[in-house]
Design a protein around this ligand. Sequence first.
Ligand code: GCB
Length: 613
Amino acid sequence: MKKISLNGNWKSRPDYNDEGIYQKWYLPKNFDKHDSKLLEIEIPISFNTLKDFEVYEGIFWHFYQFSLEKSIFNENFDYRIKFKGSNYNTKVWLNGTYLGEHNGGFTPFNVNLKNSHSLNKNFLAVRTDNIRKKNRLPAISFDWFNWGGIYRDVEFLILNKNRIKDLVIKTPLESRICSKIEISFTVVGILSLKWQILDSEQSTPLFEGSISKITGKGGFNLTFKNPKLWSPDHPSLYILRIFESTKKELLYETTFGIREIEIEGKHIFLNKRKLLMKGVSLHEELMPYGRTIPYKERENDIESMKSLGFNALRTAHYSHDEDLLNIADKKGMLILEEVPVYWICNFKSNETFKTAARMIRELIKRDINHPSVIWWSVGNEIPIERPEVAKFMRRLMEWTRMHDDTRIVTYVSMKLFTDLTRRYADVATINFYFGWYVGSVKLINFMLDVMRTPAFNKPWIYTEFGAGAKYGFHADWDKKLKFSEEKQLHVLDYSIRTFNAKDYLAGWFIWIYRDFRSFLRQNKFQQGFNRKGIVSEKNEQKLICKRIPQILNVKRKLLNIKFLGILFWILFYPFAYIITYVLLDSIIFEGSKTIEKMKSIERKRISKESKEN
Ligand code: GCB
């Protein structure tokens, strides 16, 4: 496969009244590159980084003229255009011919060329639309910024007609010194192959083999004695290369790691050793780039997280650019991935289910060979006590397992009492902000024992806890003033030391590594940002960062009152069910009006700030 980058100088324009399709902006003859309505942009871009589009959610067109070399055209090839990420609905035309569309903001997709390409003058027109809608995932209300546009790389792909696709590498361990390597793939057309496995630090192959005249499904297995196992502390990588046997042409290459994730009773094991995840979450956002974060900055993030002592990262609430996973593979960071089935979605609709299922399929297809990725979460904080939602999530977990049976499959829950569906997940999860939104941090010990009752014999992960702090805002320790760095330190410190002492907790994740933009956050400390980051949006470390390395392994002495927890759950469950069903989900999450109100506050603030500057 060869790739030609289509990144670079594109033209663009907003389409406020949705007239572009009707007026056929996608036709080359209707395009005038000197038209004053066109903006010069550099693809990839999160269009909300452009002046005057800071809060724009709508239709945006992107145009690109490019030429191709004659030598790439040959009947032995197929051609595609690949978009690594574009939010949310993307429609593509080449030289006036419609090539297709994609829904979903976070997974890559290709469109096939339909003999519509030419050599010297190609005109690519791409219409993106990131409008919030009930049937989208996420739907209307969500607590992150809805960056729009073609915000990841675009590539022109030249694929051999005879090629390998859907290659999957599994590495089950017989023991820590003996691994199986099971490689499966599909051959499109017919191929005779030579393959090699190399240590990424050496150039002579460790294993080699060949397969002749294969078509359709194929693969090979081998036993590897004394492999270097992949883990966050020792991120050893191997390389698989597959050549076409006669021409010696490289058909496929990927790095992979030898590692195994297993669950037994209350524990998770990585390479047969008990795993404790000490992690953070991160949104794919860094100012001033939006989601289009340079490689170096992503590397800095992972390095800083590692230097604080974290071994795991939850890429909430969707998948980030694949660069991040390449870095995590290399540097050693466990990654928890998720699809944006978030808060209130249209769970009764089969179309929504199909969209979620496709997002999972696309995500697994992209990331299945990354050793750093160890779990698929099929959603976050959904109203799980509702029968249609429980059914939706169970089906989605089954679907995920059908596509990958080597990783943890779960969803992230915020329900203390009313989530009985956790029993069907591989690990049980909880997001709850004791000490911030509700109650005191001192309740964590007891409440964990309470909520654990219906999913007793499982590992638990505390997937979100945290407290907001405005960088630079300090207050007396005793006052524990909201949004002070001291308050954040108190909540996180107490929580982490409690979690470390709970034997059934296989991990915890601070919400969140970096402050991120959200319309929903508009008080005087937030000013359009969720401030629960342990670093500010400019990567300034808050007080808690000094403390984290000191407490990563420290345990609090806890009162053992597990049986009381069970009793409490049984007594309280019916009330909790009614309160949650009737009040909580409907009032808190039906947020379409709130979003519009908050967005207008944000708009006013930005326009005031720009006048002041
Ligand atoms: C949550 C959500 C996350 C929010 C966070 C918060 O539980 O999962 O998306 O940003 O709380 O800050 O309230």
